[in-house]
Design a protein. Structure first.
Length: 123
């Protein structure tokens, strides 16, 4: 899984002393086999003025699936990053649960579905 963070403006102004890379990687580590790349786009909409002005867009590029885009705005960068990461983990868990349910619905057990996938990937 590759992590790309792009900031519009000064990176130090957005992140300060916080290390959000560790937060993102630790929250999404159980989905490493499904996620190819995580792109995080951060910008301060109003500049130095106060208000809800920090905008974040997270794009999750998945293996063999369409990308997932999560956008949000907040006045606090810390609250914004925690909310984005929580939502990303939630969406990925929902997608993985949906795949498991589809495997069970077809009349096959989960173990048989995993064996089929491994045989197809080897061929």
């Amino acid at each position: 899984m590759e992590l790309v963070i792009r900031c519009k403006g000064n990176k130090k102004a957005y992140f300060g002393c916080h290390n959000y890379q560790e937060l993102i990687l630790s929250s999404l580590e159980r989905f490493q086999d499904r996620v190819k790349q995580v792109c995080l786009y951060v910008e301060d909409v109003n500049g130095h003025r106060r208000g809800i002005d920090k905008k974040c867009r997270c794009v999750l590029h998945l293996n063999r699936m369409s990308p997932i885009v999560i956008q949000d705005m907040d006045a606090s960068m810390n609250a914004l990053m925690h909310r984005i990461v929580h939502r990303a983990a939630y969406v990925l868990s929902q997608k993985s649960d949906r795949k498991v349910k589809r495997g069970k619905r077809s009349g096959r057990s989960l173990e048989q579905a995993e064996v089929d996938v491994s045989i197809v990937s080897e061929a």
